[in-house]
Design a protein. Structure first.
Length: 210
C-alpha cells in the first residue's frame, strides 16, 4: 500500500467513525425525549370535573344541580345544522318551574340556562333588540333539524328556526320556532362549569364514550 492509499483509508476510517458517533448521539437524544402525550378529554383532566359529571352526557331522568337548585331532566332535544350540533335539555325543579339548559362545544364547552319569556312581544330580525332593560346584538340565525326524547312537548323529529342575540357580559336572548309554531322567546344566562353538578340515574355507568 503506497502513501496515498494509506492516507485515503485513514480519512475514510475517520469519517465512518464520526458518523457512528453522530448516530449514537442522536439515538441517545431520542431515547431521552419524553413521549408525546396522547390527546385527552378536557373534562377528564381534573378530579373536580370528573366528580361534577359530564354535561354532554345528560339524558332524560338525570338530576342536575345548577347554582344550588336541583332539576330533573324531563326531555332532551338534539339539533343538527350542517356539520354543527348542540343539545337542549328541558329541566323541571321541585316547584314545577321549567327551564332549558343548552350544551354546546364551540369549541369550548358552553352551558347556558334559559328562562322562557311567555309574555314577550318582541320579534327577531333587527340588528339590535332592547328587552328587559338590556340591549342585545344579533349573533347568529339559521335552521336545524331536531330529534326529541323524553317529555318535551315536541314531535319526535322535525325542524326548527332560530335567531340568537347577545348582550354585554354574555347575557343571551333567543327566538326559536319549532315546525309551524310561532316564535318562542327566552333569556339565557351563561354558566360557569363549577355551577353545574350532574347526578346520572342510579345504576348508570357513563365512564365510557359518549
Amino acid at each position: 500500500m503506497n502513501g496515498s492509499v494509506a492516507w485515503l483509508v485513514a480519512v475514510v476510517g475517520c469519517l465512518v467513525g464520526a458518523a457512528g458517533v453522530a448516530i449514537a448521539v442522536v439515538a441517545l437524544r431520542r431515547s431521552r425525549r419524553p413521549p408525546e402525550a396522547a390527546p385527552t378529554d378536557p373534562l377528564r383532566d381534573h378530579d373536580a370535573d370528573a366528580l361534577r359529571g359530564d354535561p354532554r352526557r345528560l339524558r332524560p331522568g338525570d338530576l342536575v344541580e345548577i347554582r344550588q337548585v336541583s332539576y330533573l331532566v324531563r326531555g332532551t332535544v338534539r339539533l343538527v345544522e350542517g356539520g354543527w350540533s348542540w343539545v337542549e335539555h328541558l329541566l323541571d325543579d321541585a316547584q314545577g318551574v321549567r327551564r332549558w339548559l343548552s350544551v354546546e362545544e364551540d369549541p369550548e364547552l358552553e352551558l347556558v340556562l334559559w328562562s322562557a319569556e311567555a309574555g314577550a312581544t318582541v320579534t327577531p330580525g333587527a340588528p339590535t333588540i332592547d328587552f328587559a332593560g338590556r340591549s342585545y346584538s344579533w349573533k347568529e340565525s339559521g335552521q336545524a333539524r331536531y330529534t326529541a326524547t323524553g317529555t318535551t312537548g315536541l314531535d319526535p323529529a322535525g325542524t326548527m328556526r332560530y335567531h340568537d342575540y347577545q348582550a354585554t357580559g354574555g347575557a343571551r336572548l333567543s327566538f326559536e320556532a319549532y315546525g309551524e309554531a310561532g316564535w318562542e322567546v327566552a333569556r339565557g344566562e351563561l354558566l360557569h362549569r363549577t355551577e353545574v353538578m350532574i347526578y346520572p340515574q342510579a345504576g348508570e355507568d357513563r365512564t365510557g364514550g359518549q
